[in-house]
Design a protein around this ligand. Structure first.
Ligand code: SF4
Length: 384
């Protein structure tokens, strides 16, 4: 598991912050609007905080026009200032491989645009919809599956489009579950979020609303007590976080999860398996045990999608199965996420599990337990 000296010695309680933010007062550092206003978006800004390799500098110049760079000072402070292998850094800094587009890659790998009855709504499964309410994120993840529109201000969901989405949900009685996504819905103001949640939950057939957000990871200051009050008014709101590595598990992130959980939110984490970032069992186990301690259940471990320019992040499917095999039995089942592939073309999610059946002999099945031992189990045939 990757461990950075910079991370382990990082003072995250406001004592010392890395240069260039050493002298920023706490009142600013912990203010999410200050963090938004001071995001690193240009090469020379990033280089005030990090020493880039030649590859990273070249990649910045050639890719940032296609998919913008945006890094909050907080998220940058989690990065190793010199090591390009740093798992936090890899998720936010461009890599030369982003320019390599393979013929099997897809601009819209999950066919989200093809299943849009109205702009801004993907309705693929019968009883639930994805509702894109904003295209802004505090940090743009280099592995994002929605690079085609996230970070592009020209595709942002206007107020009229959100109204149209709510109208579609209201006239579609099969929709009982709405997942707010984007972009990051917590980029909306508290007032706007309050209004959208209130209008959705006023629809008789809408039973629950979920929010997919990376703010607890990249901008935990956004999760204020005032936001907690908004979410408490509409509870239970399910919140899907997106932690990928233990280096993201800071006291600030823990506080954000506490505010959400205390507001009655039901928390689940959706990590993405990323090569060189979190593709080993010990990293996933450490992350998941931390999440559980902070009332956030590991929910999904996603196989990285076939989106354009992110193949360098993808791991073999077998890697995910090996990680599951290493987790099951050695940690509580609560720490073992569902390993899923979201199939291309809108095929939907499928879950994969390691095969534990060694042999079948009539009604007797031989399973392999978590220690690798063969153990016989007598099935019932219906004739017993
Ligand atoms: S926070 Fe989510 S939507 Fe935004 S860039 Fe990252 S993965 Fe994409």
């Amino acid at each position: 598991m990757w461990v950075s000296a910079a991370f382990t010695t990082r003072a995250s309680d406001g004592v010392t912050r890395p240069s260039p933010w050493r002298d920023v007062p706490d009142a600013k550092w912990f203010d999410w609007t200050w963090q938004q206003q001071n995001r690193l978006t240009r090469l020379h800004e990033v280089e005030t905080a990090l020493t880039l390799s030649t590859d990273e500098r070249d990649a910045f110049a050639s890719t940032s026009e296609r998919f913008r760079v945006s890094i909050t000072p907080y998220y940058a402070s989690l990065m190793d200032p010199v090591d390009p292998q740093c798992p936090v850094r890899q998720q936010a800094l461009p890599h030369p491989s982003e320019l390599v587009v393979h013929d099997f890659e897809l601009e819209d790998p999950l066919a989200e645009e093809a299943h849009m009855p109205v702009p801004g709504i993907t309705h693929r499964y019968p009883d639930r919809v994805l509702f894109y309410v904003i295209h802004h994120c505090p940090v743009y993840c280099r592995h994002c599956t929605r690079k085609r529109k996230v970070s592009d201000p020209t595709t942002a969901a206007a107020r009229a489009q959100v109204d149209e989405g709510i109208a579609y949900i209201a006239r579609t009685p099969s929709v009982r579950d709405v997942l707010l996504s984007g972009g990051d819905p917590l980029s909306l103001s508290d007032e706007r979020l309050d209004e959208i949640l209130g209008r959705l939950l006023a629809i008789d057939h809408v039973e629950l609303v979920r929010i997919g957000t990376r703010n607890p990871v990249t901008l935990p200051m956004r999760v204020t007590d005032a936001l907690g009050d908004v979410l408490r008014r509409h509870r239970p709101v399910y919140v899907h976080t997106h932690f990928n590595h233990p280096a993201e598990c800071t006291p600030e992130a823990a506080r954000a999860l506490a505010v959400l959980a205390d507001a009655g939110c039901v928390l689940g984490n959706q990590m993405v398996l990323l090569r060189g970032v979190n593709d080993d069992a010990e990293t996933v186990r450490t992350l998941n045990l931390w999440l559980l301690r902070h009332r956030c259940r590991p929910y999904y471990m996603f196989q990285c999608d076939m989106a354009q320019g992110i193949t360098h992040f993808r791991t073999p499917v077998q890697t995910g199965l090996d990680i599951l095999r290493a987790l099951r039995g050695w940690s509580s089942g609560m720490a073992v996420p569902h390993f899923v592939i979201d199939l291309p073309g809108g095929g939907g999610k499928i879950e994969l599990t390691p095969d534990r059946v060694l042999d079948r002999d009539g009604d007797w099945i031989t399973f392999q337990n978590f220690q690798g031992r063969p153990i016989r189990f007598r099935d019932v045939s219906g004739r017993d």
